[in-house]
Design a protein around this ligand. Structure first.
Ligand SMILES: *Cc1c(COP(=O)(O)O)cnc(C)c1O
Length: 384
């Protein structure tokens, strides 16, 4: 099977992990701060907090943003459930704004329509690594005094108008799951320029406990610490961070290869009227996390099955979040975003990852073209 995404682990990555295993610290040691400094330095932010996974990063960011019971947070339905679940964890309510049919990213105009006096934050997701229309989102955020938390799980290394994703908003989260731009096995991070947010993020991801003498409300002695908030154990290990530091050295190389493969797909499909390639917003540099095509006039399910049968690890990113039974049962029974629905019914992610060979890609290209050519569906887009 040619997977839609996978990690690249090389000898020096393995060596970095082995060194930590032989050292004094498996967790809460120096590799964590080193990894945080490395990512913060790469994107260009003052602060970074490494945590157990990308979902924990989103949860910590919602906490730091002060999301609580009764608050509304606007996000996209075309994302992994974690982008909305993090709001529920804090007692808030995710509100889904529809997507732009060209980019599949959240539509700023629909954000504006979904704002109420309960709205506290916006969580834009850079789907497939393609940056959202951040200028328009920030304009709205300034107008209504909303916190902006970017879910950058797909977009480490991507940029918007020459600025790296991570530097644009109050907070940005990343994930280091094996299919993401770099990996630590499991892992996540929040980056920010704001000291107060940094303090809250750190507190939250370590039980809400502090030993900082400047923050203690009393101090009974050198052993003393206080739990000041209800936090979680969202710590990442030094083992993971050693891998992360090693992987960061390769991020630009991985990105260049992803970009090269994406351009090859673009060229291969350029003259195919029934294969719609990803649209790129001007002045953005995508992270090329996913290559999502639409095949108008084809039966998506049949296409999917045909490609899987050939050993091509196609996928669908994503089922609109409000469609999940948990959401349906919790007040989202009537929620429907028309563009997200239309895209969901016709989208397929084809393999794209830095370790993919030209030969593998040629096989994918050939197979997709054949599948489209053999799939006549006169009614247009049909779901069985
Ligand atoms: C992967 C992902 C997450 C969650 O990250 P984990 O590290 O798996 O917890 C959140 N949002 C998006 C868009 C993702 O793709």
């Amino acid at each position: 099977m040619i997977p839609y995404g996978r990690q690249i682990i090389e000898d020096d990555d393995i060596q970095a992990v082995v060194e930590v295993l032989k050292s004094d610290y498996l967790t809460t040691g120096p590799k964590i701060a080193e990894f945080e400094r490395t990512v913060a330095g790469y994107v260009g932010t003052k602060y970074a907090v490494a945590v157990a996974n990308g979902t924990a990063a989103l949860h910590a960011a919602c906490f730091a943003a002060g999301i609580r019971e009764g608050d509304e947070v606007i996000t996209t339905p075309l994302t992994f459930a974690a982008s909305a679940n993090c709001v529920l964890y804090c007692g808030g309510r995710p509100v889904f704004a529809d997507v732009d049919p060209r980019t599949y990213n959240i539509d700023p105009e629909d954000i504006r329509r979904k704002i109420t006096d309960k709205t506290k934050a916006i969580i834009p997701v850079h789907l497939a690594g393609q940056p959202c229309d951040m200028d328009a989102i920030h304009k709205i955020a300034r107008e209504y005094r909303l916190v902006v938390i970017e879910d950058g799980a797909h977009a480490l290394g991507a940029s918007y108008k020459g600025k790296k994703i991570g530097t644009l908003s109050d907070m940005t989260t990343f994930s280091f799951h094996p299919v993401k731009p770099i990996t630590t096995g499991e892992g996540g991070m929040v980056v920010t320029d704001q000291e107060e947010l940094y303090r809250k993020l750190t507190l939250f991801s370590a039980h809400g406990i502090t030993r900082d003498t400047n923050l203690l409300t009393e101090n009974e002695g050198p052993w003393f610490y206080q739990q000041q908030e209800l936090g979680f154990n969202y710590r990442i290990t030094d083992i993971q961070c050693a891998l992360g530091c090693s992987q960061m050295k390769k991020l630009d190389r991985f990105m260049a290869r992803r970009r090269q493969l994406a351009k090859r797909y673009d060229r291969a499909f350029a003259d195919e009227a029934r294969i719609v390639s990803p649209y790129q917003l001007a002045q953005t540099d995508s992270g090329w996390h996913l290559y999502i095509i639409q095949t108008p006039g084809c039966d998506r399910k049949r296409m999917f099955e045909t490609l899987r049968a050939k050993g091509i690890g196609v996928n669908v990113h994503y089922i609109p979040v409000y469609r999940h039974p948990y959401y349906r049962a919790h007040g989202y029974g009537d929620t429907c975003c028309t563009n997200a629905e239309q895209i969901y019914h016709s989208m397929i992610s084809i393999p794209l990852h830095a370790g993919m060979t030209d030969k593998e890609q040629d096989f994918v290209i050939q197979s997709v073209k054949e599948a489209v050519a053999n799939d006549e569906c006169p009614q247009g887009i049909v779901e069985r």
